[in-house]
Design a protein around this ligand. Structure first.
Ligand code: MRU
Length: 371
């Protein structure tokens, strides 16, 4: 995706120094464009936990690169000592954020690759290759999600005789949440690039405002018309025929089709159902949880500090500042995600095509996952 006309991914290995991983610092967007240098697992763990990098796919890719740094810094005296060290670093990374399943998926993929290698040098090489593969695959799968999802937007555009297609999205399941393209945004970019008239309603997504600060920013960089709305507006827009389709991302989707996504997604799905607005969720296969049947009961929901609810960050007189929006002493609760039951979801847009949010539909696209 382009930033001020230059192509970027969200994470990559430093061009001149293979010991340094670089990533876009999402904590300071949209007011500042800053690149982070990461050289240790502790720095990577902090970047994930404090959400300097965030979004399911990017968390997975960052964990992949984090495991590469773990391999670079592990003791080389024996295969056993090396593996013991990278396994411990993997546990550290997995403990940073609980909901996005891409995190543990990437750590385990890295460990499997290293365990299969014969000696320490080959294990480091395997970690390097796997980290790049996870990132490349993420970008390619998101591109394919765009190719499949754009058909939905083309159909709506045809039905509306070429009038503007209005999409509503929640949080940021865009390019910034992955390595490139994004999931919910990939069909939008593909449609825009094909000349389809499109407009996106962007939920601000309190408390961290990923919609207002990240989705709006990246849509703007690509030139896609959009409007930021407060989180409670979607139902009203749907009642008045101003939303043709909802597309969100997901941090974890069960093999039965229940979708964990940023807090507030469930309410949008209920409103969409009540107004017969199609509700789609876009995801790469790395976001499926093949062990979990009941999303509401079983998916771990991250709870973050109440300070994120009590304070809002923004630009004031050219300076990024934080302001208190609650009474000084009011406590706040901060649930990061909710689960939308499969029955409210029209379909899942994956890198292999679109399927119903049912066990049968999902296994139909991923038969190798058995049953
Ligand atoms: O807490 P975040 O910003 O890491 O949450 C992730 C999200 O942006 C959303 O839940 C998104 O819709 C799914 S991640 C692609």
């Amino acid at each position: 995706m382009n930033v001020h006309g230059k192509h970027y991914r969200t994470i990559w290995i430093h061009e001149d120094d293979p010991h340094v991983v670089q990533a876009i610092d999402q904590q300071v967007l949209p007011h500042e464009f800053k690149i982070l240098d990461l050289t240790t697992v502790d720095e990577v763990a902090h970047a994930i936990k404090a959400m300097l990098v965030r979004g399911a796919g990017l968390i997975g890719a960052t964990a992949g690169y984090g495991m590469y740094l773990a391999a670079l810094n592990a003791p080389r005296r024996s295969r056993e000592a090396f593996l013991e060290s990278v396994r411990a670093e993997g546990e550290k990374l997995k403990a940073t954020r609980p909901t996005a399943i891409n995190l543990e998926w990437a750590v385990h993929r890295q460990l499997r690759g290293m365990e299969a290698a014969a000696d320490v040098e080959s294990m480091i090489e395997a970690a390097f290759q796997t980290a790049n593969l996870i990132a490349d695959e993420d970008a390619e799968f998101c591109r394919r999600i765009g190719e499949h999802g754009v058909r939905l937007l083309e159909d709506i555009s045809r039905r509306k005789n070429g009038e503007t297609v209005n999409v509503l999205t929640h949080c940021n399941a865009g390019w910034l949440a992955f390595v490139d393209y994004g999931t919910a945004t990939a069909p939008i970019y593909a449609a825009f690039d094909r000349g389809i008239k499109i407009h996106v309603w962007v939920d601000e997504t309190r408390p961290r405002n990923q919609g207002a600060s990240l989705t709006a920013w990246e849509l703007g960089q690509h030139g896609v018309p959009h409007t930021v709305i407060a989180d409670n507006v979607g139902g009203h827009l749907m009642q008045h025929g101003l939303v043709d389709i909802v597309i969100t991302g997901t941090d974890r989707t069960t093999y039965t089709g229940d979708v964990a996504n940023k807090i507030g997604t469930y309410l949008k799905a209920l409103a969409a159902k009540d107004n017969q607005v199609p509700f789609y969720v876009a995801l790469p296969s790395s976001s499926f949880d093949w062990q979990t049947r009941d999303g509401v009961k079983e998916i771990p929901i991250e709870e973050r500090g109440g300070e994120e609810v009590r304070y809002i960050r923004g630009l004031h007189n050219g300076q990024v500042v934080e302001v208190l929006v609650t009474p000084q002493d009011s406590p706040a609760a901060n649930y990061g995600f909710d689960v939308t039951p499969a029955r409210l979801i029209t379909g899942l847009i994956t890198e292999r095509g679109i399927c119903p949010a049912t066990e049968e539909g999902i296994r139909g696209l991923y038969p190798e996952q058995g049953g």
